[in-house]
Ligand binder design. Structure first.
Ligand code: ACM
Length: 267
């Protein structure tokens, strides 16, 4: 069994060291192969402008935050998927990092920026791909990517068995919709959402919590409460994600008719 879960918490805006300490002190007692953290877990979310985003973002190669998380992965012998404000030369991305005892394994940069994020971040430029951890094929997507079914589908047809989904959700639709994403692709998904609010001089944004783990066939394994810290790990039978046979005569992937779907790929 693969032990995977999430840590839902309330990052304080701009307090990177505080948020890092909160994550490290909580995860020290976790027994897991993989933990998913929220989107932008260390900086907070509601930036004033691009300059502020740039000032708080870090290059993972030289980041003290990433170094501390990798040290934690070594100590605990587990893997993390975390949201991260990523600086690269003159660009800044809303990213998800896959970290493990061996270091930074993969960076995914959010493809579909939500609302004012378009003012703070550059659009993602990394392909949707699959990474293998302890024999489990992981796909990564970030928050608003959920509303584009193409994202989960692209990951699933490449073999992803478990979708890691760091989030800072402000709308209420995603959690329920992820049950359908998991049903239609026969995959597991861990949505790790933050809670609380970013109260800034330019306004306030509230986040909806309710982090969750969903199994193939759209089965909700666990959903956290809306507004409290939640650390949860489930034993996942990853083999369930290999069964795409819906009925004796219906295979969810082999029955697709992509020759009729070309409208999907037009600009
Ligand atoms: C979102 O993509 N953070 C709503």
């Amino acid at each position: 069994m693969f032990k995977a879960g999430f840590f839902q918490f309330r990052p304080l805006f701009g307090k990177v060291a505080h948020n890092l300490e909160k994550v490290i002190s909580t995860l020290r007692s976790a027994d897991a192969d993989l933990i998913v953290l929220p989107e932008l877990a260390f900086t907070g979310y509601y930036f004033k402008d691009r300059d502020e985003t740039f000032a708080l973002a870090e290059d993972p190669q030289s980041s003290t935050t990433v170094a501390a998380l990798v040290a934690l992965c070594k100590e605990k012998n587990f893997y993390l998927v975390t949201g991260f404000a990523e600086k690269k030369a003159d660009k800044v991305f809303n990213s998800a990092l896959l970290l493990g005892p061996e270091g930074l394994i993969h960076t995914y940069r959010k493809l579909h920026l939500f609302n004012l994020e378009k003012n703070f971040f550059d659009p993602g430029d990394t392909p949707l791909g699959v990474q293998e951890v302890r024999g489990v094929k992981l796909g990564m997507m970030i928050c608003f990517d959920w509303i584009f079914p193409e994202v989960t589908r692209s990951l699933a047809v490449q073999g992803a068995q478990l979708i890691c989904h760091p989030s800072n959700l402000v709308l209420d639709y995603c959690q329920q919709t992820m049950l359908s994403r998991c049903l239609e692709n026969a995959v597991f998904a861990i949505t790790c959402n933050r809670f609380g609010a970013d109260k800034r001089p330019h306004g306030e944004l509230r986040f909806t919590g309710k982090s969750q783990i969903v199994a193939p066939r759209g089965k909700l394994l666990h959903r956290a409460r809306a507004q409290q810290d939640a650390m949860f790990v489930a034993e996942i039978d990853i083999e369930l994600a290999n069964d795409k046979q819906m009925t004796p005569l219906n295979h969810q992937f082999d029955d697709r008719r992509p020759e009729y779907y070309d409208a999907l790929c037009r600009e």
